[in-house]
Design a protein around this ligand. Structure first.
Ligand code: SF4
Length: 251
């Protein structure tokens, strides 16, 4: 009988732990949103295809540099079809403001070719149809394109004019969530997407999901630095085992 009861007890403990984690995520959300002034205005009104390309350019690049590269790409080529069919060196030249243009140029052209093929049209089609899919299907559609991962798929759906509540996890967001113990210390950025999204209420709209992502990202940029986080002035210190251990306080 002992053996039969053990899995139930374990499941109950796990469910209680998960509920506590959800409550913690909401508390952190409320404090950081208040600290950084949510609701945050959306920074982009791009259509989803343009947002996808912009997100691919932003990988491991400062925002200002990827923005300059995106602007130069749009100024050089009148359409996405023209980007797809241009000599790769010309695309690479247009992208010179961002990191690794020699890798990003052929990747972007391959993505545009693949989307054209899937749409069965000469030009890469609009991705507005993703709005009609359930979110997991829309994400899977995007992530089945080579080079598109969970951060890019979520950014495409959330940041674009579609405004679909899918949550990207960038390096700041990931670091803050890890230090707070919302995810384990060995969970990478990719797998963190599903785990962190599961902590949010399922009925949250795009603005709420956006605010959550932005608040954790701002916290990573303005307080929870990669090296030397400012734990002494952190509004979620009481929730953070990493910060409490750094400051020598009992958890
Ligand atoms: S207490 Fe320190 S480590 Fe924890 S979230 Fe705040 S700044 Fe980051």
């Amino acid at each position: 009988m002992k053996n039969a009861a053990a899995p139930t007890a374990t499941a109950e403990v796990q469910a209680a732990d998960f509920t506590a984690l959800q409550a913690k995520a909401l508390l952190v959300h409320a404090r950081l949103c208040a600290e950084y002034g949510a609701p945050f205005p959306f920074f982009s009104t791009k259509d989803p295809l343009s947002e996808l390309i912009s997100a691919l350019l932003s990988h491991r690049t400062k925002n200002a540099d990827s923005h300059r590269a995106y602007q130069e790409l749009r100024a050089t080529f009148p359409t996405w079809e023209a980007v797809r069919d241009a000599p790769t060196e010309a695309v690479q030249h247009a992208l010179r403001a961002c990191t690794w243009p020699e890798q990003k140029a052929p990747r972007i052209q391959a993505v545009l070719r693949e989307i054209s093929q899937r749409c069965g049209s000469d030009a890469p089609c609009s991705l507005d149809f993703l709005a009609k899919m359930p979110i997991p299907e829309a994400r899977a559609w995007l992530e089945s394109i080579s080079g598109v991962g969970p951060k890019t798929s979520a950014a495409t759906l959330l940041f674009s004019s579609l405004r679909i509540p899918a949550m990207p996890v960038d390096s700041h967001h990931h670091r803050v969530a890890q230090r707070l113990g919302l995810i384990g210390p060995k969970v990478g950025e990719g797998p963190a997407h599903k785990l962190l999204e599961a902590l949010l209420p399922p009925g949250w709209d795009a603005q709420q999901v956006y605010d959550h992502h932005e608040a954790l990202m701002f916290h990573g940029q303005k307080c929870c630095y990669f090296s030397g986080p400012a734990c002494g002035r952190c509004v979620v210190l009481d929730q953070c085992p990493f910060g409490q251990a750094r400051l020598g306080r009992p958890a």
